[in-house]
Design a protein around this ligand. Structure first.
Ligand code: PLP
Length: 390
């Protein structure tokens, strides 16, 4: 890539804008991935990720994007033919179910209308009906990036109660941006990835595993090689990964975790909540309807209906071509129907103001009848007021 290429202002929900310190960390020289310096680095990553997951259990890493971590969860926890209850609320939950099917699992769906969160009462009812405990796994999404929906994980944990199923959570686009308590909520395998709320380039999946899950993995018979988590744990005890890790991403992740804790989790949560609130404020002011249902809004990505008469692809193209601003589009059945604006990454208030300004300029140019500056003024007033009161 040409280093002189214009910098894009990224509002896609990953990969996200990385702070200069994070990018600079990746320029450090290579080290022996089986030597003491890498062992110390791996240990810092595992220890530093634990409070972000809300766990005291092991966190292992894999050189892959988030999908690899999710495949690892399926391949390690289960045996062919076992029944799992998949609770998708969009594209990524369905993808996890597809992985489970490919591994020969018997996948049952708990259906949820797009834009809504998984209903804890429906989950509780289905599990209560499973008196014989045939359901070996429950698969949940913390934050569904395709719809901008965030599940209430505490409520879903309570709905599962003491049902013995292993609980797999896709928190690829959620972890770090809001409160998450893996141990308190009784989750077994939680997966996240480097390029989302931790704001590191893509390349590493971080996978937290409960003690109960390690026990079950010993008896699970799905085939696995690259994503053998028990092997990852054996090697982690030696300060290594089984296979050659993305060393430069590990450097960057190490810096990101340090910066995360220096900022403080509460502040990181507040930052994502504030920026998502600013997007909602903007949407309301310009008359864009938010796609996610009240009570189910994500703090990392906001989905908005495309106004009647306008085209998502044209809006996104003009933003990119004329403003170097990148918004996400809709996926699968939502293609052309929504646009998505994310909050993850090293984005300042000024970046948001620039993004809003470009977005409403394009909306006006493409025919939306709104007063110039109305959305940006509203969002800016909220952001500046919020900063003052903090
Ligand atoms: N799950 C969720 C909720 C995601 O947002 C994504 C990516 O956007 C994935 C899974 C897949 O992760 P990756 O693209 O890192 O493989």
């Amino acid at each position: 890539m040409d280093a002189t290429m214009p910098k894009q202002l990224l509002f896609i929900p990953g990969p996200v804008t990385c702070a200069p310190e994070i990018l600079a960390a990746m320029a450090a020289p290579m080290i022996d991935h089986r030597g003491p310096a890498f062992a110390a680095l791996l240990e810092r990553i595992a220890r530093g990720m634990q409070p972000i997951f809300g766990t005291t259990s092991d966190v292992v890493v894999a050189g892959s994007s988030g999908t690899g971590g999710l495949e690892a969860a399926v391949a390690n926890l289960f045996s062919p033919g076992q029944k799992v209850l998949s609770c998708p609320v969009g594209v990524f939950g369905k993808r996890l179910a597809t992985i489970a099917k490919l591994y020969g699992l018997d996948v049952e769906f708990l259906e949820t209308p797009l834009g809504s969160a998984t209903d804890p009462a429906a989950l509780a009812a289905r599990l209560r009906a499973d008196r014989a405990h045939e359901i070996a796994g429950v698969m949940l999404t913390h934050n569904e990036t395709s719809t901008g929906v965030q599940n209430d994980m505490a409520a879903l944990a309570a709905a599962i109660g003491d049902h013995p199923a292993s609980v797999v959570v896709d928190s690829v686009s959620g972890l770090g941006a809001s409160d998450f308590r893996m141990d308190a909520w009784g989750f077994d395998v939680v997966v996240t990835a480097s390029q989302k709320a931790l704001a590191v380039p893509p390349g590493m999946a971080m996978i937290a595993v409960s003690p109960r899950a390690w026990e079950r993995m010993a008896a699970a018979s799905e085939p696995k090689f690259y994503f053998d988590l028990r092997k990852a744990r054996e090697f982690a005890a030696l300060g290594q990964t089984p296979w050659t890790p993305p060393v430069s991403i590990a450097y960057a992740l190490d810096v990101a975790i340090e910066r995360y804790h220096a900022e403080g989790a509460a502040h990181v949560y507040a930052r994502h909540a504030r920026n998502s609130h600013a997007i909602h404020t903007f949407a309301k002011a310009v008359g864009l309807e938010v796609f996610s249902q009240p009570g189910a809004h994500s703090v990392t990505v906001t989905s908005m209906h495309v106004p009647a008469g306008l085209e998502a692809a044209k809006i996104r193209k003009a933003l990119l071509d004329e403003h170097d601003v990148v918004l996400g589009g809709g996926q699968a059945e939502l293609k052309g129907k929504i646009v998505r604006m994310g909050t993850m990454g090293a984005l300042s208030v000024a970046d948001f103001v620039r993004g809003f300004d470009a977005f409403e300029t394009v909306l006006r140019e493409q025919g939306l009848a709104i007063e110039a500056g109305i959305g940006t003024r509203a969002a800016r007033a909220f952001l500046e007021g919020d900063l003052v009161t903090r």
